[in-house]
Unconditional design. Structure first.
Length: 320
C-alpha cells in the first residue's frame, strides 16, 4: 500500500531535476540537524509559531502532511531542504519520526528544491524572499529567465533586484550604505556602469545631486560609451560641475530659491568661461550627446544674446 505522504507529482519533479531520491516513511527526528536545517531555509524570517502549532494539532489528530525533503549532512545526519514547519510540527506533536524524501544531487538542483518546495507546499514566500532566491539561482548558473520562472516573478523585476545587489558589492561600504537608500531602479541603472573605477564617482554624483532616474540612465550610458577611464572620470567631473547648483542645494548650504538670478548667472558664466570648446566636444561620447548639448547651448544663447544687448544698451545710455 502506498504511503499517504508519498506524492507521484513530487517524485516526477525530483526525477525532472535529475536528483537521486529514496522515500523513507519513518526518518528518525533525532537524525535531522535542526540548526543546519533552519540556517538552510529559504525564508528571511524564523519559523511562524502559529503555523507550527496548527500543524502540530492537525498531526495529533492523524492528518498526514506531505513528506519533507532532506539531504545527507555530516556524520550520518540530514538537513531539511523543504519542510521546516512540518518538521517543527512533528516535534511539537511528540512524534519520533516523520516521512521524508532523501535526495542527493548537485548544488543547483538542491537549491531549486529548497525554493520550489516552499512554493508548492510551504507558507507563501514574500516577494523579497523570492527575489533573493532568484539571485541565488542565477549565482548557481541558472539562466535568469529560468530563475524568474522558478521563483514566479517577472524577469525584469529580478534583473533590477540583481543589479541593485551587485551595485552594493562593487562599492566601498560607506558609499554602499548611502547608495542603499536610493530607489532600486536607480541602483540598477548605476550597476550597468562597467568600470568599477568610474562607478564610485558616478554614484557619488547621483547621490550628491539627488538626480532623477532619467538623469541617472543618461549618465550611465555616457560613462559606458567612453572607452578611456581618464575620459570617463573627466566626463563625470564635468557633469558634477553642470549640476553644481543641485549639489549645493542638496547639501543644504544655499537654497537655489534664495539666490538671485544674477548670482546664479554669474556662477554659470564663470564655469563656461573656463571651458575649452575642443574639450567640450571631446567629452561627448557620441553624436546624439553632441546634438543634445548643441540644442542646450542654443537655448542658452537665446537668453544670453538679448541679455548682452540689453546690458550694453543700458551702459551706453548711462554713459551718454
Amino acid at each position: 500500500m502506498t504511503h499517504l505522504a508519498r506524492s507521484p507529482k513530487t517524485e516526477r519533479w525530483l526525477d525532472d531535476l535529475g536528483v537521486a531520491w529514496t522515500f523513507e516513511p519513518d526518518l528518525p527526528l533525532h537524525r535531522i540537524d535542526q540548526a543546519a536545517s533552519l540556517a538552510n531555509q529559504v525564508r528571511h524570517q524564523p519559523l511562524d509559531e502559529e503555523v507550527v502549532e496548527r500543524y502540530a494539532n492537525d498531526m495529533r489528530q492523524g492528518d498526514v502532511f506531505p513528506a519533507a525533503i532532506v539531504a545527507p549532512g555530516a556524520e550520518g545526519m540530514f538537513f531539511i531542504l523543504g519542510g521546516n514547519h512540518r518538521d517543527a510540527g512533528h516535534r511539537r506533536a511528540n512524534h519520533a519520526t516523520q516521512p521524508a524524501y532523501i535526495v542527493e544531487g548537485e548544488a543547483v538542483a538542491l537549491l531549486r528544491i529548497r525554493v520550489e518546495d516552499n512554493r508548492n507546499h510551504g507558507l507563501p514566500t514574500t516577494k523579497a524572499e523570492r527575489l533573493d532566491h532568484g539571485v541565488a539561482l542565477v549565482a548557481q548558473g541558472v539562466v535568469q529567465r529560468d530563475a524568474a520562472r522558478i521563483v514566479g516573478l517577472p524577469q525584469p523585476e529580478l534583473t533590477i533586484h540583481a543589479g541593485a545587489l551587485n551595485l552594493a558589492k562593487r562599492l566601498d561600504p560607506p558609499l554602499a550604505a548611502r547608495a542603499g537608500k536610493m530607489p532600486k531602479s536607480k541602483r540598477y541603472e548605476l550597476s550597468r556602469i562597467v568600470d568599477d573605477a568610474a562607478l564610485g564617482p558616478a554614484v557619488s554624483l547621483v547621490l550628491d545631486a539627488g538626480l532623477p532616474i532619467d538623469h541617472v540612465r543618461s549618465i550611465t550610458d555616457q560613462v559606458n560609451a567612453v572607452d578611456d577611464l581618464t575620459e570617463a572620470l573627466r566626463l563625470i567631473g564635468q557633469l558634477r560641475e553642470d549640476h553644481h547648483d543641485r549639489i549645493v542645494e542638496q547639501a543644504g548650504n544655499i537654497r537655489a530659491a534664495s539666490r538671485t538670478a544674477r548670482a546664479r548667472l554669474a556662477e554659470a558664466l564663470a564655469v563656461i568661461a573656463s571651458l575649452d570648446p575642443a574639450d567640450i566636444d571631446a567629452t561627448c561620447p557620441n553624436d546624439d550627446v553632441r546634438a543634445r548639448l548643441a540644442q542646450q547651448i542654443m537655448k542658452g544663447a537665446e537668453v544670453l544674446m538679448p541679455t548682452h544687448e540689453r546690458l550694453m544698451a543700458t551702459v551706453k545710455q548711462a554713459a551718454a
